[in-house]
Design a protein around this ligand. Structure first.
Ligand code: AHM
Ligand code: MG
Length: 340
């Protein structure tokens, strides 16, 4: 029987033939993928599994935690504690880092994740997902306890990143720095089957994604760009634009990786969004790595996201990513606005 290429096969190939993944990172990615399978299973049960609804708790950013946020976080922690390839983990749902317990072997990688992105969509049966990023523990930190500062590396240092999207199909989208590939979960065999071997984002697009209800708070560069999109064929961009906003970054980015587009969650005048809404380390960085690897671009406004030196684990950042020419236009508008 001819078996289709799966995640293990792909990773072994990347390790042996291309040398882009170490055995350590390969095992780590397989474990993350296994955890995503368990999360997908929990998500799909919905009300039947008693997994919907909120808890009484809040996370470090003051957001009410959903049951599935916490369950997904626990699944990822438990799956990754004993593999021997991690030194510590960090998550949207935990105030500070989570060290590998003393009795478990310690590895040289760091894992960051947003266990369940798109929390507002959990209870309404709209696509949600898990985002993850892998960094290496700096050499000089390997002889002592891991500290939060060890995580504060710019996105260019990521050795792997990806997301699982729990939609009509469950898919895993991954980069190890050699392009972007996609796997679809075959629920009958439990295997992640390679279905999208070379994901590329078209350089041009006529589709934007932004939460228009925040329009009155935007910076001039964003207003200028969206005004031009809305002006359509008769405006300066000379084409009619379509709009989509799912409110799950994973699902919006997945659409962009599938057919192009531009996704924006810019910083704005609201106090809570002064530096952006999305988190740099476990949302913007992994998504920017994927998008760049697929031929797109990702900026915070004027600057490339992957070059930002982080100052905190839960730091927020403005995000503009997707089709290259469109993102570069928005970046140009920011640079021009800075000069005025
Ligand atoms: P979350 O990590 O708490 O789910 O928040 C992040 C989500 C993104 O997935 C999405 O793009 C954004 O928040 C939607 O925000 P809004 O509800 O302001 O449109
Ligand atoms: Mg999130």
């Amino acid at each position: 029987m001819h078996l289709k290429k799966n995640l293990t096969h792909y990773l072994v190939e990347q390790q042996r033939k291309h040398g882009v993944v170490t055995a350590d990172v390969r095992l780590l990615l397989e474990t993350v993928a296994r955890a995503c399978k368990a999360i997908s299973h929990a998500v799909s049960k919905g009300a039947l599994g008693g997994v919907l609804g909120s808890l009484d708790s809040e996370n470090v950013q003051g957001e009410v935690q959903k049951k599935l946020d916490v369950m997904s976080n626990d699944i990822l922690l438990e799956a990754n504690e004993w593999g021997g390839n991690l030194a510590a983990m960090a998550s949207e749902e935990m105030d500070t880092l989570h060290r590998i317990p003393e009795h478990q072997p310690k590895g040289k990688n760091l894992l960051l994740f947003d266990p369940l992105d798109g929390s507002s969509n959990i209870d309404v049966n709209v696509s949600i997902g898990t985002i993850f990023s892998v960094l290496q523990l700096p050499e000089e930190s390997q002889s002592r306890d891991v500290q939060e500062a060890d995580f504060l590396q710019p996105g260019v240092k990521q050795v792997a990143a990806g997301y699982a999207v729990y939609g009509p199909q469950t898919m895993l989208i991954l980069t190890v720095g050699a392009g972007v590939v996609g796997f679809t979960l075959d629920r009958e065999t439990g295997s992640w089957v390679l279905t999208n071997p070379n994901i590329r984002i078209p350089e041009d697009t006529a589709e934007f994604a932004i939460n228009m209800s925040n329009q009155r708070y935007w910076e001039p560069a964003i207003s200028r760009y969206i005004d031009e999109c809305l002006a359509g064929k008769e405006g300066p961009l000379e084409k009619n634009y379509n709009m989509r906003w799912i409110a799950s970054m994973v699902a919006d980015v997945h659409r962009i990786l599938s057919r192009g587009g531009i996704f924006m969650y810019p910083r704005d005048q609201r106090e809570s969004v002064r530096h952006g809404k999305l988190r740099l380390m476990y949302e913007a960085n992994p998504m920017s790595f994927l998008v760049e690897q697929a031929g797109g671009a990702a900026v915070d406004g004027a600057n490339r996201i992957l070059d930002i030196q982080p100052t905190g684990l839960h730091q927020r950042v403005g995000v503009v990513l997707g089709s290259k020419n469109e993102v570069e236009r928005v970046q140009k508008y920011h640079l021009e606005a800075q000069k005025d």
